[in-house]
Design a protein around this ligand. Sequence first.
Ligand code: WTA
Length: 620
Amino acid sequence: MDDAIYPDPSFGAEDTALREAAAADPIGFWADRAAELEWYEPWEKVLDDTNPPFYKWFTGARTNIVHNCIDRHLSGPYKNKLALIWVGENGTDYKTYSYFSLNREVNQMANVLKAMGVGRGDKITIYLPRIPEVVFAMLACAKLGAVHSVIFAGFSADALADRIDDSESKVVITADGSWVNGGIFKLKDIVDEAIRFSPSVENVIVVKRTGHEVAMDALRDHWYHDLTALPIAKGDCPTEQMDAEDPLFILYTSGSTGKPKAILHSHGGYMVGTYTTLKYTFDIRDEDRWWCTADPGWITGHSYLVYGPLLAGATSFMFEGGPTYPYPNRWWQLIEYYGITTFYTAPTAIRSLMRFGEAWPNRHDLSSLRLLGSVGEPINPEAWHWFHRVIGKGRCPIMDTWWQTETGMFQICPTPSMPLKPGSAGKPFYGQVAEILNEAGEPVPDGEEGFLVLTKPWPGMLRTLFKDDERYVNTYWSKYPGKYLAGDSARRDADGYFWVIGRTDDVIKVSGHRLGTAEVESALVSHPAVAEAAAIGLPHEVKGNAIHAFVVLRMGYEGSPQLAEDLRKHVSVHLSPIAKPDWIDFPDKLPKTRSGKIMRRVLKARALGQDEGDLTTLEE
Ligand code: WTA
């Protein structure tokens, strides 16, 4: 292990013991962790694996994740501890909430929703910027037993409409707008367009954030501040006692087809999983100020900005803006000013900040930091070392956490006492087992690349795809029966460390955001000039991957830089600015199999100047 970096040995003395105990008895390990939390009724069984892959955890138990995020802290020493510190995009707006005041806010939002008839099992779409109300809204839904569906507030009206309709949401919670690099992104306008024909939405709650004028439908739309001024908003709202397996949220994520998958997570297992992984991987301590830079619109924000930190009784820091506005020292300034101790971000952000040089972070005192984290895509060793040396001053271990929307919680990650290898996500978390398989399902020798699978169920796992059990089984459990197919390729080295290489399916990680080639393609073909389109991801220095699109035009259209620009804009407006292709090419036709499937693999190999591989199925 010559290439390993050894962290401070004072970290996590119990680590090895726990790792061994969990390996010997994973069920006992999870039962012990669950016992650290509170339950209205205890479980009969930790894991019910009688109907795989429909695993159930803590069956028979009654709980509510909000009871453990908030209620239980109100009668203990954390009542007056800061639960949330929020800083606005301009860097000067700020708000803080103790567990006591967070409870008041969540009760208020829950009372409002309840008055609108929201209860157990109802679906609520949340389309909000990174403001405290997004946290209140998620927790308020959970408190009532309603199921939230948070949509990243950078998705277009079309994408939002699909997700609202698919989830049959009764209520949409949004804001007038969000602040993006000093400008306003008009969220309410997007919602208006998205729900013009929506059959399910009865009410829209609008949080005032930017203050610009928006159209309000007198019957459907309500300002949140008007609602909270009503008597119905006052007082305690009881936390519903849920079954451990009751759904907590759905979160749409991209897969191999155009239709995003709605990943379903439940109260009990997700609660135990996020709590445990955060606590042990990041060695959460009472005095910590934890900053996860992700947006609550993605799984990282769900698990490690909102739920995990509150379950652990931590102080979670949330910043509305991005890292480089108005200057590339914004994050470092916030770390210094707020005394952030643990900082969890994405490789793409690190790479983009690296470009501005060391002078920006060096202007700030970053000595409060003690642990760093990375998520979303493989971190290249160069970025790892910069993060370690320039931000962590060589003192702070980096927890590179590999996981997915589906897994709900960390799966492969170091723990703070483990020697670290830059670029490797370390080893499976306590009690987990990962393998690297070849096409035939046999383990490959150490050092060789293969398909990454998880062989043991875990509490935070997805329970199914909302309304689509069959797709759940087919996508994750059918290639290798009994094993969870992650969709990534990876290697394991002789020391048992995992090195994740990237997706093996048609998912592209662009700046850590998960997008499907099919979604980009369907946005492209909705343009009148486009007959057919194929999208692929190609390596990009900062974004990790960038989208390249190949577009076959309809008769009468000719490829030009102007048309390419129009198409890029089209994707931005009809899917999301994050999905905008970097580059568009206009070939006469696309490489296809004889059965008509586009061979993206061939396009990729051609673009990279690599061997095109087996072309026997190519129709050309
Ligand atoms: C990738 C994000 C390498 C991977 C939490 C996975 C990573 C996909 C890492 C899931 C990491 C995430 N190292 N790759 N530390 N973390 N990935 O659902 O390809 O947005 O399958 O969840 O991100 O993306 P998702």
